[in-house]
Ligand binder design. Structure first.
Ligand code: NAD
Ligand code: ZN
Length: 352
């Protein structure tokens, strides 16, 4: 029997950048020929959603906007061209909502670099609503045995850090610094890193985040609010005192982006993932050259990264530390996020 689709639904709507959200009823849209309509059950809340609301980046959002890009749910309708996603399948609305799949980037599996890629909760409406639309070729295929609530943060945080760890070039036995380790991305990075055989130096602020990181398997913890010399402390946490092979930067402040090159070992890799407003990278050219340090940006992941990151979760290798509140309470989550008080991830239940 075809699922009942209402004509109206609850959503969190941003009417103007920098203004409060409105929790209200809006129409349910119809999927286009190559799209699916997803009954979003749960959505993780990513710091990117807060950047979007505040207008932090040099790229405007659509307005009015329904944010959210970690939406886990069930397919309830599909366009006439969709053949490989069935009604009832579990899928994920992730950051990349659509891509052309025929340009040079898409052909090489870099659909996040496609010039016509659309972004959920940014250039198209996302998962802070009960019914969201995405291109069928792009939605994440979520195995049926995965709990939709617990898996939702994998759809951005998990995929992103999994790809970032690959970009770091680290191999089993290497040590990597995870900067912003207590947050949503960081909490998952600690566990993907551990599953890949890496040692981790978690960097974040406060004793509570330290406890949280240790529980998630961090090898050691450096508190950026307490340390007198972060470079010395991070180097001291490695076997030979030379520093980690890489740093994965998922923090939301500029300062750690300026510090990381000084504590990675020679030939180390600095992987930039966090996107603090107006932040710049700078490092002495001399030091970069004679120590052969590399800087990289890493941006979400492609469809293969998505399937692989989900499979780590399915196999029980990744524990997602989350708390759930109703979609109606989303503003409270952003208030806590702004204060840096969230350890792990908040998930919203779209039925409340
Ligand atoms: P979050 O708020 O959950 O976590 C950020 C963490 O950084 C917090 O625990 C905070 O205490 C910590 N932090 C702040 N200043 C720090 C410092 N000086 N040193 C160490 N830690 C510090 O945020 P999140 O949802 O994990 O997102 C993190 C960032 O990643 C955001 O900027 C987001 O937009 C970005 N992001 C990028 C991509 C990508 O594809 N590149 C994907 C998703 C998110
Ligand atoms: Zn995100």
């Amino acid at each position: 029997m075809a699922p009942q689709i209402p004509s109206e639904q609850w959503a969190q709507v941003l009417e103007a950048t920098g203004k409060p959200l409105h929790y209200k009823k809006i129409p349910v849209q119809q999927p286009g020929p190559d799209e699916v309509l997803v009954n979003v059950k749960y959505s993780g809340v990513c710091h990117t959603d807060l950047h979007a609301i505040k207008g932090d980046w040099p790229l405007a959002t659509k307005l009015p906007l329904v944010g959210g890009h970690e939406g886990a749910g069930v397919v309830v309708a599909r366009g006439e061209l969709v053949k490989d996603v069935e009604i009832g399948d579990h899928v994920g609305i992730k950051w990349i909502n659509g891509a052309c799949l025929s340009c040079g980037y898409c052909m090489r599996g870099d659909e996040q670099l496609c010039q016509s890629a659309t972004m959920s909760g940014y250039t198209v409406d996302g998962s802070f609503q009960q019914y969201a639309i995405a291109k069928a070729a792009i939605v994440a295929r979520i195995p049926k045995e995965c709990d939709l609530e617990a898996v939702s943060p994998i759809l951005c945080a998990g995929i992103t850090v999994y790809r970032g760890l690959k970009e770091s070039g680290c191999k089993a036995g290497d040590t990597i610094a995870i900067v912003g380790a207590g947050g949503g991305l960081g909490s998952l990075a600690l566990q993907y890193a551990k599953a890949m055989g890496l040692h981790t130096i978690a960097i974040d602020g406060g004793a509570d985040k330290g406890e949280h990181c240790k529980k998630l398997g961090a090898t050691s913890y450096v508190d950026f609010t307490k340390t007198q010399d972060i470079v010395a402390d991070v180097k001291a946490a490695t076997i030979d005192g030379q520093g980690p092979a890489a740093a994965l930067l998922v923090a939301v402040q500029e300062k750690p982006f300026q510090q990381a090159a000084a504590y990675v070992r020679s030939k180390g890799v600095v992987v930039c993932i966090g996107l603090p407003a107006d932040a710049k990278l700078s490092n002495p050219v001399f030091d970069t050259v004679i120590r052969m340090v590399s800087f990289k940006g890493s941006y979400v992941g492609n469809r293969a990264d998505t399937a692989e990151a989900l499979d780590f979760f399915r196999r029980g290798l990744i524990e997602v530390p989350y708390k759930t509140v109703g979609l109606s309470e989303l503003q409270k989550v952003f208030d806590l996020m702004e204060e840096g008080k969230i350890a792990g991830r908040y998930v919203v239940d779209t039925s409340k």
